[in-house]
Design a protein. Structure first.
Length: 212
């Protein structure tokens, strides 16, 4: 190696020793994240500051994060009337509706349920696919969990597709076994009359459950 090159290398080395390179700490707006669930939780935590309709649910299992998003209630219906449909009207064995019913059961009052979720039908404003989950709050303070087991056709709902546009203006239609349904509920066409349930009241909040 030529003497000039060796001398240049020595000079560079001495400069580094005398003036060491400074490492600047980068100030991150987000804390280090360990998983996709952490990312999702942090994003919704930020959204919560600006939009009160988004609320983070504490995870029930490690790594599980879900949120409740307020989808609003229609101005043209208070949802006090809660109609029903028979699960036997679901006949297409290739449909998602049919597949969900295979995992459901009928409780003692005739309601079709998936775990603790009532199977229901709602308009396309709220749901786009079978299996979506919601928490519905009544003006009594009671809350129920529902899973979408069918969707109302747009031609049967109002312009925003939130409720049935004729007769009772129902927002939520419960999927039941009518042979086991309370007699008064069948006469009235409204499952609010079912004893032992907490379905009485106007709907004041509809929140979609978004799971990780």
């Amino acid at each position: 190696m030529e003497p000039k090159i060796v001398l240049a290398m020595i000079v560079i080395a001495l400069c580094i020793l005398i003036h060491p390179i400074k490492h600047h700490k980068i100030d991150l707006h987000f804390k280090p994240l360990k998983s996709i669930a952490d990312v999702k939780k942090q994003l919704f935590d930020v959204a919560l500051k600006d939009d009160k309709k988004v609320a983070v649910i504490q995870p029930q299992r490690s790594g599980e994060v879900c949120v409740r998003v307020d989808r609003g209630v229609p101005s043209g219906s208070d949802g006090h009337f809660k109609s029903y449909m028979s699960f036997r009207t679901i006949t297409d064995r290739t449909s998602d509706q049919w597949r969900l019913q295979l995992d459901c059961y009928t409780d003692s009052n005739g309601f079709r349920k998936y775990d603790e979720y009532y199977c229901c039908a709602m308009g396309s404003y709220y749901c786009q696919s079978i299996g979506q989950k919601f928490i519905i709050t009544f003006d009594t303070g009671n809350q129920i969990k529902v899973v979408i087991g069918d969707t109302k056709q747009d031609c049967h709902t109002n312009s925003t597709h939130q409720y049935v546009k004729v007769a009772n203006h129902n927002v939520v239609e419960f999927i039941v076994d009518p042979y086991k349904l309370n007699h008064l509920s069948k006469i009235m066409g409204d499952v609010s009359y079912t004893k032992g349930e907490i379905l009485v009241g106007k709907i004041v909040k509809i929140e979609e459950i978004v799971e990780d």
